[in-house]
Structure formats: C-alpha cells, structure tokens
Design a protein around this ligand. Sequence first.
Ligand code: IMP
Length: 423
Amino acid sequence: MVDVLLGLQWGDEGKGKIVDFLANQYDIIARFQGGPNAGHTLYLKDKKIVLHTIPSGVFHEKLLNVIGNGVVIDPVSFKVECEEIESLGVNLQACMLISERAHLILPTHKALDKASELAKGMNKIGSTLKGIGPTYMDKTGRNGLRVGDILKNDFLERYQILKEKHLTILKQMNMDLQVDVEETEFFAAIAALKKYQIIAAEYWLNEQIAAGKKILAEGAQGTMLDIDFGTYPFVTSSNTVTAGLCVGLGIAPKHVGKVYGISKAYCTRVGSGPFPTELDNEIGEKLRKLGFEFGATTGRPRRCGWIDLVALKYACMINGVTDLIITKADVLDGMDSVSVCTSYQMYGQSTKQFPYDINEANLSPEYTQIPIWDKALSDCKTQSDLPENFIKLLEIIQQETSVPIAFVSNGVGREQLILLQGN
Ligand code: IMP
C-alpha cells in the first residue's frame, strides 16, 4: 500500500515536518517528482535542516528512502546535500535508493533556465533557476540523460551531444557561455553519484508492496504549481498531484491508500503568477514576519494572503484528499482577525469554481471574517484546548472542502501537532 502526502497550495505548506512525523508508520519514503527546486525543512534536536532532493525519511533508522524516476537530479547540488546529511551520521549508501530512470540536470540546463527567464522579461515565471523546466523539456522531448546512463560507456559522448545542443540554443538567445568550471564540478559529482544504490526502482517498489511494506510518497511543490492543474504558465514542470506518484514511481493507482493534503491556515506563494487572496499591504507584511515566510531554497520573501477555499476545494478534488492537515495555525495568533475566502466574485457573479484563466482584474475574493481567538494556539496541546473561534475556522474549511481535518500543526516543534478526534 502507498499513501501520499502533498501540498495543496503553491508549495511551502510545511510538508517536511509532517512527513517526519508520519515516517514511523512507514517502511519507505519515496519522492516522485520535482528536484532541487524543493526545500523541505526539518528540525532535528533544534538544528534546522533543509532537504532538496533527498527524501525526508533519512533521519529515521530502519526507513529506506527512494528517489523515483519522476524526480530530476542535479548531481552537483545533490553531492553537497549528501555530504551535509552524511556529516550528521546518516549512511545514505545504505538507506537511499535512486531510480535509474530519474533524469539528470546538466549545467547547461541551469543556464537555459536563466536564459528563458531573462527572455520572458516581465512575464517571467519566477523560477528557482535550478534547471527544472529545461530538464523536463528534454525528458518529454526525448533528449534527456538519465541516472542509469552514467554507468554506460557512451555517457561522455551523449553528454557532449546534449551540451552542444544547449550551447547552440543559448547562443541563439545571445548567451555565449563557457561551462568548463561547471563541467568539472559536474563530472566530480557524477563520480560521487555512482557510490549510491542505483536501481530499477519500479520493480523494487512493487516487490515491497507485494511483501506488505508501507510506502509514503512525499510530494514536492504544491497542487497550484502542477503543470496541468496549477495556475499555468506560472507553474513548475512536473505533476505535483496524487496521479503524479503513479508515473513518478511506477506504482499502479489500485495501490494508493490515504491522501494527506497539507495546507497552511493562510496562503503563500513564491515567484510570479495569480494569487487571488494576496495581501499586498501591511497585513500581508505581518503574516510574512510572523510566519517567517522566506523561501527555503532561494531565500526570497514569499507573497502572503488569506486561505483560499476555492483553490483548496479544487486541490482536494484533483488529489482525492482523504485527510487534511492544517499547518502554521499559530501564526494567525498574532493577527487582529482572520479572513477566509469561500467564493470568488467574477464578472458580477459569485462562484466556487477555480477558473481556467484567472484575470485578477475581474476577480475579487469573497470573505468570511472570524474574530481573533482569545488564547494562543501555540500553547494548545490537545483538541479540547483549541479556542472556539479557531474551531469555527476549521469547521468552515471542512464544510467547504468536504474533507475531514486530521491534524493541526501549531508550531515548528515535532510535538506541536494536534490530532483531531472523530475526524
Ligand atoms: P521552477 O520549478 O524552479 O521552474 O519554478 C517554477 C515556479 O514554482 C516558481 O514560481 C517557483 O517559485 C515555484 N516553486 C518551485 N519549487 C517550489 C517549492 O518547492 N516551493 C514553492 N514554490 C516553488
């Protein structure tokens, strides 16, 4: 059986902490899409750790961690990340398995990412510039290099062909590039990558399922950044939704069990693109400050706004969410009141449907306001401690999404997670 945990907003929902919390219930944690654009933050005895490509189960003994075929790997940043984790005493050679079918990010993919963003000018996506888009383009364009290729005799030759192709495109975009330094780093990192277990992960995972092992598939980014269902073209280049795990790991839909959907109690977005409930004012500024909303991968300030239940309901539908988890609820303690978007006003009509083409000029969120609670959520330990007005907020979320809330996270600490009984 495979359960999946994924973000329901524009990423940064606090997935790392929840995977870390649930990890003990599983035998295997598997990443199925994305790459070093992700930043999953964990706290290990007060030490902050940000994982980018490595699955979030590596600090749990007995757990195995899989990087699936749907992931794109930058050997250079992966080497740095592995060395950091290994310096903390984790034996990655023993506990991490990499699909031979995962695609490689080349130095020139990163250059293409930059060139593409520059060319877009005002319309740039706000990419993390990790080479994600160009690598997935080469994958679907059938030009890409995969992890399994590094073990073949013709790898260097195939690398040169793809690099030359990229350099020609870059030249056409007025970027005359030398990649000698990056290339030396790249090949040193390829040598390091060979130390790890490179396997036919789809076979291995299905054997584990047949043997009764439990897998947790760990999503990266969020549903509203999905290449098909997100706010296109301001999205990432992979399928971040539940269906993505089937193609990103080679696991059939019949094996999928629980779908944990993570949403903050408010909303954030990094990079460009529509964000109907954005607060481009002092209230948004306050949320950013209280929630420490700065990108885990790029350090960029995140755009902040109220929770958007039109988008959340859409995300629950696309993913088939069975269990909602609301994170960073304690951040709202510092606000004067809380607003919840329950519908949009578009062209003079109220709608609860997430539109194909968000034109913010013609769209305004309709809010329900909740007075702030009289007790700090960060001090609550159990469900019965939760203040009435916060419960009202949870009830509205459940009513609009038709999905029960399983947990509320009310602080960064591992123990700051409240189980909601009867849900
Ligand atoms: P890319 O995936 O780096 O190409 O970036 C595409 C868009 O997705 C940009 O708006 C990024 O800011 C956003 N993005 C990518 N990865 C993450 C993530 O892990 N968290 C939040 N936003 C992300």
